[in-house]
Design a protein around this ligand. Structure first.
Ligand code: ADP
Length: 432
């Protein structure tokens, strides 16, 4: 088979090459001359980067030549980008970090808000990458439970970053197969198990409060992280529930900078609601390159994430371990089953919210096949504490032997699964 001819792209200063690559295609990208970055991480010259199932921008401040080998579904150069305003925002945040270091105070605590698909995650990556490039050690907090840029979808996470975000793997590299694989950077993950904060708002805000507590403790103990600050990526919920969550978040994480991305009304509301309490509210434009992702694309991204958790990427492959487990050695738990019932169906006097954090046991059965379960670090089932216990990692149910009361699971770690309590959410994955 002959390899396709590489295509050459010449970019002037402050231009970006926007490319979209399908999931069943692989595309190689090489920076030949000049400098360029992908969401804040600099590309090395003459290094081949490989992408599949991604939508990215290769931006250059000073001009560059790029070679692309393979077929992109979309490829074009844009000369109008909001990158200068993003860089200026970074510079302002860095000034706060300098002051924080001089006075041994806390660095900026930034929260990025906006609707879905305006570039919140991409901007988080850029601001964090720019901070890392200046030898800062910020904490990345991901409250977008639909995506799971650090571990798996369904989680709320916090990750202290010390190394550059990988161009090919994104945040995934900051927490490869984490938390179980014992990578250098351990994300702290709490399991929510639903795609939207609206699905179980009580549980979501309980976990948000717990995560904030842990992050605040870490900031107290870790001077480099404290002066570097935090960047919080949020879900795209901007209705009344979304506003409540934003308000809770501002309080819990002592947010002092809100960045509103691509939404005038949200900016006006955030200014009205929060500026008087000393929070700086900044408006930034959405990049014309941000792509709306349909459900099929989101589902494929999710599958790719799950696959990479167990098998790694082509750059750093992992071999998952298969273990057979007796039904009676584990306890499978689910949250808030009662919340599915209409309020009218609840016993008189019972608050619907109570059922939203009610923990129920799930009998193992064939239904578990292909499920991805979150392994809790809890040793005992004490409620509600077990809800707020962080995760050891994830396992995938590859086989069910119901007649023998056993199941086979894949995990990224060797040996028996040391933890007994496994959370069941809505994640399923059919291994290909
Ligand atoms: P949000 O977090 O607001 O939902 P994302 O940052 O995840 O939005 O962006 C949505 C999609 O658009 C992602 O696939 C991202 O990689 C892509 N994207 C973001 N900025 C650009 C850009 N400038 N050029 C091309 N694709 C982009």
């Amino acid at each position: 088979m002959t390899l396709p001819e590489p295509k050459e792209w010449l970019l002037d200063e402050e231009n970006e090459l926007r490319i979209e690559i399908d999931f069943d295609t692989k595309v190689k990208l090489r920076l030949v001359t000049g400098t360029a970055e992908v969401f804040g991480t600099e590309l090395g010259q003459n290094v081949d980067y490989e992408f599949s199932g991604r939508k990215i921008a290769v931006f250059t401040w000073h001009g560059c030549k790029i070679l692309i080998t393979g077929t992109c579904s979309v490829e074009y150069i844009a000369n109008e980008t909001p990158m200068l305003s993003y860089l200026n925002t970074h510079i302002a945040l860095e000034q706060r970090r300098v002051l924080a270091t001089q006075n041994n105070k806390a660095g900026p605590r930034v929260m990025i808000v906006g609707p879905n698909d305006v570039g919140k995650t991409s901007l988080s990556k850029m601001l964090l990458s720019y901070a890392l490039r200046q030898s800062r050690q910020p904490i990345y907090v991901d409250l977008d439970c639909s995506e799971g840029s650090i571990t798996m979808p369904g989680c709320l996470t916090a990750t202290p970053l010390t190394e550059m975000i990988d161009v090919e793997e994104g945040f995934g590299s900051s927490a490869t197969s984490a938390p179980t694989a014992g990578s250098a950077v351990m994300p702290l993950a709490y399991y929510y198990g639903f795609p939207s904060p609206k699905d179980n708002t009580k549980l979501y805000s309980l976990l948000l409060a717990r995560l904030a507590q842990s992050v605040n403790r870490r900031l107290e103990e870790d001077e480099a992280a404290r002066t570097s600050g935090i960047v919080i990526d949020t879900n795209g919920l901007i209705d009344a529930t979304g506003y409540e969550i934003i308000a809770q978040c501002i309080k819990a994480f002592s947010i002092d900078v809100i960045i509103v991305l691509g939404h005038e009304r949200l900016y006006a509301d955030m200014t009205r609601l929060h500026q008087k309490s000393g929070v700086a509210v900044i408006k930034l434009a959405k990049s014309g390159g941000v792509v709306e992702r349909d459900n099929a694309f989101r589902r494929q991204t999710q599958n790719q994430k799950i696959r990479e958790y167990f098998y790694g990427t082509s750059k750093s492959e992992l071999a998952p371990y298969s273990t057979m487990i007796n039904y009676h050695d584990i306890e499978i738990l689910q949250v808030g089953e009662g919340s599915l019932a209409p309020s009218s169906a609840l016993p008189i006097g019972e608050d619907r919210k109570v059922s939203e954090t009610h923990v129920v046991s799930v009998e193992p059965s064939e239904n578990l096949l292909h499920s991805v379960l979150a392994v809790s670090n809890a040793d005992k089932r004490v409620e509600p504490d077990i809800l707020e216990t962080n995760l050891a990692g994830f396992i995938y149910v590859s086989e069910i032997h119901d007649s023998r009361k056993k199941l086979t699971v894949l995990s990224p770690c060797p040996g028996r699964i040391p933890k007994k309590f496994w959370w069941l959410g809505s994640l399923k994955w059919a291994e290909d």
